[in-house]
Each structure stands twice: as structure tokens, then as C-alpha cells.
Design a protein around this ligand. Structure first.
Ligand SMILES: NC(=O)C1=CN([C@@H]2O[C@H](COP(=O)(O)OP(=O)(O)OC[C@H]3O[C@@H](n4cnc5c(N)ncnc54)[C@H](O)[C@@H]3O)[C@@H](O)[C@H]2O)C=CC1
Ligand SMILES: CC(=O)C(=O)O
Ligand SMILES: [Mg+2]
Length: 574
């Protein structure tokens, strides 16, 4: 790894096509003094991409492919994003769920280079000055404490893979410039003793600090981030208990919680289409949720809002949900102290019966909808799925836990055990399959369909806060973003290959909601027609294919992209 010179961006945070990029023309090579240090050919993107894809194919396992792509991003950021743009469906599972899950579990073993900022509990009092070490102007950060990474539990600072992966999607899906993104992991200790005892673990070896200590630390961090980068959008991600911070900061900072709010929005987006396709009116639906954590209750809260818009009273809407957690059906008389976020949905009509088994609860509730946000892989077994099929023409089955190993069922299981009749979306991707002479394609109910647009909408509108209306607007916009073919094919979510177009629609909805709520500071956007606003959104997006714009990126900080004077940083793939 080559070192940066003082005052220059560290080499590991690539904002360039790379000093040794084989597409650099002769004059750039001369300017960089790299002439002769790369093979003579001046290569097109297509040729470089061919080599990258060949190299990728040569890597036998997903984690090796992940490592290769990490290396590519670190050494030639524009090539990485071009490749991603052209192969988004194939590459997303490698840089995001499911592979990012394995990468986080093994982060301490596979770590080769820093890709974000780590702040520790011992750094308190100095957070503002440490932020100065970050060499770029930041517009958006994804922040985790690693305490609930996907459905994999507390992974401490190993959780860094999540901010890195989410922000790569911000760039790929919503065109936020790579150098405007900050992956941020706070090390407040971990309750994962196995990791703490592992000599390779790179975080502090103490148990997680108390809730009071966490609050004080986050207060300092939020103020520091906003002072350093006024207008920064802060996305909280994969906190075991995200509710206190969301409640505390939502009205005073431009922040949102992706697991509670983003997930709620993405599921409502697909759910609106599923309800339509089911043929059952909204008022006749009944939902069982396996898992009553931040994501489960976040999703249900947003669906309540949808049901209210469909004409139900809030109480009627709330009573459409039966939540099951690790202690069984969530009821008011269960005998344990319910966490605050579950109280709203706790049942009082269980006649003293405490349902422990999902199968028996299905017999009792006769649900039209089964949602999984429980982290329990395989929980929707054959018996459960067949019960749903027996009760409904088009059962809505959403196994949303991540990564794939934690999915409550696979697409294939859902299709086979419902005779191909289910309306399906999962958190992690599953392949299409042939059934009954038809090719069936699963929906992916993953917050990646909305968080890029929520973030970009907040940035462009210069929102002072991220309101509930902005979140809901992202859901509604997503539900309208399917094209005619996707609707005709019965899809619940648009094709991921159109994610950039979808992000424009979502971003526009978010900006309009910010304007209606009066939280926008970019008030000049209020006068734009939708067409003009779409054009403005597209224009603001980083385009890895735009040679001109990216060439000026090469000159960031007044330098051509020749920071290193050694060969160590040479891109092995080029
Ligand atoms: N598809 C998507 O976009 C998203 C998916 N998720 C996934 O949702 C899952 C849950 O996330 P959070 O709600 O934040 O976690 P959490 O830890 O807050 O909640 C997990 C819930 O599952 C329950 N649970 C655990 N074991 C159970 C069992 N045997 N039977 C029934 N319930 C059980 C727990 O009691 C708890 O209520 C994770 O796998 C996460 O990856 C989260 C956010 C977005
Ligand atoms: C997708 C996501 O945010 C999660 O599984 O936590
Ligand atoms: Mg998450």
C-alpha cells in the first residue's frame, strides 16, 4: 500500500481513475511520470471491463469476488462504478447482501485497506478534530455501531462493510459522487465475546458502553459532523436499538434510520402493488409478522399509514397486525415487559391464549400476509407456506431477513409450496425459476430501492430534517415506478437494472414532500415543473461514463491523479 504525502488524500480513498490506469493517454502518463510504467496500450473502457469481468470469473468464491471488487474500487473508482452500472444485477449481490454479510463476519480476517472512518469511544472529546483527517467534502454518511449487522448479530467494527456497501449503492443507484460519501463506524465496544477474544479483531476489546454513554457520544458526533459538513445527511444503519437516536435527532438533524424508515418505505412500495395484485381490498387484509424488532415494527408503522390512506381508521389499521417475537405472539397480557416499540401492536384479543407456534397462530388469524423480519432462516417451512396457500388465492409472502442464509424461506420454496400463487419479495436476491411453464421472477424488498433516493432528495432539497412525509413519499414513488411490462408481468418492484431511473422518481417524490413540509432550503427548486426537476436531479448525478467530468475529478485538490511516487499502488487488475 503506498502512502499519501502530507495534505493529500490517502491513496486508499480513491477519487480517480488511478495513476496506472491503462486508459490514461500519453500526455497524462507523461504528466504523472507514469509513462513506461504501464503497458503501452491505451485501452478503452470496454477492454478494461472485459479484463475485470474475466478476473472476477476466475475468483472461485463470492468473498474473493468481493475482495477483488474492493480492490478495484480502491484503485480505479470510475472503472468500478462503470462496471457496476453495466452489471448492477450481477454485481450487487457481491458488494451488498448476501456477500457483504460474510465480509462483515470475516472483516478482521480479510481486511487489507481502510475504506472509511473509525471513531472510538476513547476518542470522545476529540471527534470534531478527527473528522478533519477525512480528506473530502462529505454530503452523506452511513453510520453504524455494528451492533446488529443484517441478521448476523453484533459484529463490532467488523460492521464497516455495511456503510461501505450502502454508500457504494448510493453512488451506483443515485449518482452521489464517491468522494462525497463517508462510511463511518463507531466503536462503542462489542458484546460479541468471540470477536473480542480474537487476536485479529480490530476494535476495542470492551463490552458495549451503556445507553447513557452512547447517547452522550452520539450527541457529540452529530454536532461534530454537522459543524464540519453543514447540510450533511446522516443515515443510521444496523443499530441493535435504533429508536432512542431516531427519536432524539430526527427533528434537529438531517438524518434518518434506514432499518426502521427505509425498510418501512420499501416494503410499503412493494406492498401497495401486492395488495393490488392480490385482488383483496386493503380493509380485508390481515398480517402476521415474524420478528418484532426495529425493521418489523418500522414496516408495520408505514403500512398503517398506507391503510389509513386507504380509508381505515388508525385503530382498524393497527389491529391488522399480529406480531410474533422470540417469546411468541406479542400480547398485552404476556407477562413480560414489552419493549416500547412493540406496545402499539400488542394484541388484547387473544382471550388469554399465548400463541407460541407460528402454525397455530396462522390457524387462528387466517392471515393474507406473512412477513419475516426475524433473522430465522427457514422459519417459513413447507407446512407454514402450504397453510398460507390454503387460505389465500394469492398469499403475500415476504421473507425479508438478510443475508440469504437468514431468509425465512427461499423463492423456490415459496413458489413450490404455494403452487406458484404467492406474491413474493425477499430481502436478499434469489434467482428466477421456471414453474408451470412460466418464468417467475422474485421481487427484492430491500431498502436499496429507496435509501439512495431519500438521501439524494435530502441533499438536493437541502432539507433541514428528513420528515415522515419524505419517507412515505419514497414508498409511494417507488410503487409508481414500474414500467408497463413490469406491471403486466405482475412484478412488485421494478427491475434492478433500472435503478437509476427509479431513484430519480423516488428523489423527486422526496423533494416534493420536503417542499410541502417546508423543510427545504433549496427553495429555488419549488418553481420547477416535474420534468425540470427530473432533469435537475439527473444532471446532479455522478456519471462514471462522463469522461469530462471525471477528468476534472482527476484534478481534485489541484493535482492530476499522480499522488504516489512508488509502484505499490499500481492497480493489479489493469
Ligand atoms: N429487507 C430489508 O430491506 C431489511 C431487512 N432487515 C432484516 O430484518 C431482520 C431483523 O432486523 P431488525 O428488526 O433490525 O432486528 P431486531 O434484532 O431488532 O429484531 C429481530 C426480531 O426477531 C425476533 N426473533 C428472534 N428470534 C425469533 C424466533 N425464533 N421467532 C420469532 N421471532 C424471533 C426478535 O424477538 C426480534 O423481535 C434482519 O435479518 C435484517 O437483516 C432489516 C432491515 C432492512
Ligand atoms: C438491508 C438492511 O438494511 C438490513 O438487512 O439491515
Ligand atoms: Mg440495515
Amino acid at each position: 500500500m503506498s502512502q499519501s504525502r502530507p495534505g493529500m488524500p490517502p491513496r486508499h480513498i480513491s477519487t480517480t481513475g488511478g495513476d496506472y490506469c491503462t486508459s490514461n493517454p500519453k500526455d497524462v502518463r507523461q504528466h504523472l511520470r507514469t509513462y513506461g510504467l504501464t503497458p503501452p496500450a491505451i485501452e478503452s473502457f470496454e477492454i478494461q471491463a472485459q479484463r475485470c469481468l474475466k478476473l472476477l470469473a476466475m475468483k472461485p468464491t463470492p468473498i474473493e469476488k468481493y475482495q477483488y471488487l474492493t480492490h478495484l474500487r480502491a484503485t480505479n473508482v470510475h472503472l468500478f462504478y462503470r462496471l457496476l452500472a453495466e452489471n448492477i444485477k450481477e454485481l450487487t449481490p457481491l458488494i451488498y447482501t448476501p456477500t457483504v454479510g460474510e465480509a462483515c463476519v470475516r472483516w478482521h480476517e480479510i481486511f487489507t485497506q481502510p475504506e472509511g472512518l473509525y471513531l472510538s469511544y476513547n476518542d470522545r472529546g476529540n471527534l470534531r478534530s478527527i473528522l478533519n483527517n477525512w480528506p473530502h467534502n462529505v454530503e452523506i454518511t452511513v453510520l453504524t455501531d455494528g451492533s446488529r449487522i443484517l441478521g448476523l448479530g453484533d459484529l463490532g467494527v467488523n460492521g464497516m462493510g455495511i456503510p461501505v456497501g450502502k454508500l457504494a449503492l448510493y453512488t451506483a443507484c443515485a449518482g452521489i459522487r464517491p468522494d462525497a460519501t463517508l462510511p463511518l463506524t463507531i466503536d462503542l465496544g462489542t458484546n460479541n465475546k468471540v470477536l473480542r477474544d480474537d487476536p485479529l479483531y480490530m476494535g476495542s476489546r470492551m463490552p458495549k458502553v451503556s445507553a447513557d454513554e452512547e447517547r452522550g457520544y452520539l450527541d457529540e458526533l452529530m454536532a461534530a459532523l454537522t459543524e464540519k459538513w453543514p447540510g450533511i445527511v446522516i443515515q443510521f444503519e444496523d443499530f441493535k436499538n435504533p429508536f432512542p437516536a431516531l427519536e432524539r435527532y430526527k427533528d434537529t438533524y438531517t438524518m434518518f434510520n434506514d432499518d426502521v424508515q427505509g425498510t418501512g418505505a420499501v416494503i410499503v412500495g412493494g406492498f401497495i402493488n401486492a395488495v393490488r395484485a392480490s385482488g383483496v381490498p386493503a380493509k380485508n387484509h390481515r398480517a402476521i409478522f415474524l420478528g418484532a424488532g426495529s425493521a418489523g415494527t418500522g414496516v408495520a408503522k408505514q403500512i398503517v399509514e398506507y391503510f389509513i390512506k386507504e380509508g381505515l381508521t388508525e385503530d382498524e389499521a393497527r389491529r391488522k397486525f399480529w406480531f410474533v417475537d422470540s417469546n411468541g405472539l406479542v400480547t398485552q397480557d404476556r407477562g413480560d415487559k414489552l419493549a416500547e416499540h412493540k406496545v402499539y401492536f400488542a394484541r388484547d384479543d387473544n382471550n388469554g391464549r399465548q400463541y407460541q407456534s407460528l402454525a397455530r397462530l396462522i390457524d387462528f388469524v387466517k392471515p393474507t400476509i406473512l412477513m419475516g423480519l426475524s433473522t430465522i432462516g427457514g422459519a417459513f417451512n413447507k407446512d407454514i407456506l402450504q397453510k398460507m396457500a390454503a387460505l389465500n388465492d394469492r398469499p403475500i409472502i415476504f421473507p425479508l431477513s438478510n443475508p440469504s442464509s437468514k431468509s425465512e424461506c427461499t423463492f423456490e420454496e415459496a413458489v413450490r409450496h404455494t403452487e406458484g400463487r404467492c406474491l413474493f419479495a425477499s430481502g436478499s436476491p434469489f434467482p428466477s425459476l421456471e414453474f408451470g411453464g412460466k418464468l417467475l421472477t422474485p421481487g427484492q424488498g430491500n431498502n436499496m430501492y429507496v435509501f439512495p433516493g431519500i438521501g439524494l432528495g435530502a441533499i438536493l432539497s437541502k432539507a433541514v430534517s428528513v420528515t415522515q412525509d419524505m419517507i412515505y413519499a419514497s414508498a409511494e414513488s417507488l410503487s409508481t415506478s414500474l414500467n408497463k411490462q413490469e406491471v403486466a408481468d405482475g412484478w412488485l418492484y421494478p427491475d434492478i437494472r433500472r435503478i437509476r431511473e427509479v431513484s430519480v422518481v423516488v428523489t423527486r417524490g422526496v423533494i416534493r414532500a420536503a417542499q410541502q413540509n417546508g423543510v427545504d432550503r433549496a427553495t429555488e427548486l419549488r418553481n420547477l415543473t416535474d420534468e425540470q426537476l427530473d432533469a435537475h436531479i439527473k444532471e446532479s448525478m455522478y456519471d462514471p461514463f462522463n469522461e469530462r467530468e471525471n477528468a476534472s475529478g482527476l484534478n481534485m485538490n489541484g493535482h492530476a491523479n499522480g499522488y504516489s511516487n512508488g509502484l505499490n499502488g499500481a492497480a493489479a487488475h489493469l
